[in-house]
Design a protein around this ligand. Structure first.
Ligand SMILES: Cc1ncc(COP(=O)(O)O)c(C=O)c1O
Ligand SMILES: [Zn+2]
Length: 401
């Protein structure tokens, strides 16, 4: 694993997640020359495994893989949605279709496999919901212990879906950024192998979404990709994936990445717009999109670098825009996303309106998590049922069809 700020190298089996010198998140490095002799398009296509391990030459080597068939999620071109938004080449990468209904399963599969490999008895993360659920599910599957630190106000649906796997859940009355640091600090002393938002193993799993997009686009690369962003782990993973395929000569260009944040918690957007070279923590975060509400993103600096390198940018959307996008997505595609998951669609609408996305561009919106994770937020926007107390009343209502 390597630190991209100072170049320091760490062994892949070390219980270390960030550079001990400059606190920058570590990334796994491969011998790309050697891999390119093992991996080519026809080889990949011959390999009929349709999950993240399809790309195992580009994942850390494992003795035993813990998988629930995560990845190879649908890549959808919905004609009605394209027409509605006056786009010609809009695609949705539907990450709600993972085993625990969010993109987090990709990273949990790699992280838990690694934990088994190095003989960890426990894995741990601090999470606002989706990652906790995913890690707990994969730990259960692997038969390994799991410690989850959650901040107060985690939505009940997420808490139930996490607790069903019987992990050790501790609600700690501290803000999420502090929990993130706390887990890393406690890791070695308490035997907790950390697999959280931007840990190197999680990035490895999550980068496979980029590989899939290239294959699903018949080895083409989108012009723009909109990604709901909080800690910055996932967008970093997407960039790593595209860069690796580029390095291997499997694709011949790189996409522009667009980070979408909630207006009520948009530290990366603010820093990007100001042209800062570091991300200032956001004061008093307030948004219905809990999953993207980290006010002090641990990969913030990395995201700023990526946005510049990819010639992308960052934009924020309001709660109202996310709720509207959530309904639109459901109505036109059948996909039920949580508000954070629909942030990419909300961002798209905004960027089409102000002319920053043009209709012939190939654009991908990543829908990161399912609406079943946070049903209450949609309550204010759905139609109430009609009420019929008799067959006659029912018939009367039907005349309104
Ligand atoms: C549904 C959803 N979307 C987006 C994100 C943001 O991902 P990241 O924190 O890696 O930037 C999360 C993170 O938990 C999430 O759960
Ligand atoms: Zn360093």
């Amino acid at each position: 694993m390597r630190c991209f700020l100072c170049g320091r190298v760490y062994n892949i089996n070390e219980w270390v997640y960030r550079c001990e010198v400059c606190d920058y998140p570590l990334e796994v490095q491969y011998d790309y020359k050697q891999i390119s002799s093992l991996l080519n398009k026809s080889e990949l296509i011959k390999n009929h495994q349709y999950n993240i391990w399809r790309y195992r030459e580009l994942l850390p080597p494992m003795n035993k893989i813990v998988s629930m068939d995560e990845g190879w999620t649908p890549f959808i071109k919905n004609e009605r949605l394209n027409e509605k938004l006056r786009m010609n080449n809009l695609f949705i990468k539907d990450e709600t279709r993972n085993p625990t209904y969010s993109f987090k399963d990709r990273g949990s599969s790699v992280g838990i496999s690694k934990a088994l490999d190095i003989g960890a008895k426990f894995v741990a993360c601090a999470s606002t919901g989706n990652m906790a659920t995913s890690l707990a599910a994969y730990a259960a599957k692997a038969g390994i212990g799991c410690v989850i630190l959650i901040p107060p106000n985690t939505p009940l649906e997420k808490l139930i879906h996490t607790s069903i796997y019987s992990p050790f859940v501790i609600s700690v009355n501290l803000p999420y950024p502090q929990l993130y640091k706390l887990v890393i600090n406690l890791s070695v002393n308490y035997g907790l192998y950390v697999v959280q938002s931007d840990s190197p193993m999680r990035i490895e799993g999550q980068k496979t979404a980029s590989f899939e997009i290239c294959e699903q686009l018949n080895w083409n690369v989108p012009d723009k990709i909109l990604i709901p962003t909080s800690s910055g782990g996932n967008i970093s993973a997407y960039w790593k994936g595209f860069k690796e395929f580029y390095e291997l000569g499997l694709i011949n260009k790189l996409p522009q990445l667009i980070a979408i944040q909630a207006e009520g918690c948009s530290p990366i957007v603010e820093s990007f717009k100001k042209g800062d070279n570091k991300v200032q923590p956001f004061d008093k975060p307030q948004t219905i999109a809990h999953s993207i509400s980290n006010p002090d993103p641990p990969s913030g600096l990395r995201v700023l670098k990526i946005l510049n390198e990819s010639k992308g940018f960052a934009e924020s959307v309001s709660d109202d825009e996310m709720l509207k996008a959530q309904i639109l997505l459901a109505k036109y595609t059948g996909i039920f996303a949580e508000p954070a998951g629909a942030a990419s669609i909300a961002g798209l609408i905004k960027l089409i309106e102000d002319g920053r996305i043009e209709k012939d561009e190939t654009v991908v919106c990543v829908v990161t998590g399912s609406g079943l994770k946070d049903v209450k937020s949609a309550l204010s926007r759905i139609n109430k049922p009609y009420e019929a107390n008799s067959v006659n009343e029912l018939k009367q209502i039907l005349t309104k069809l």
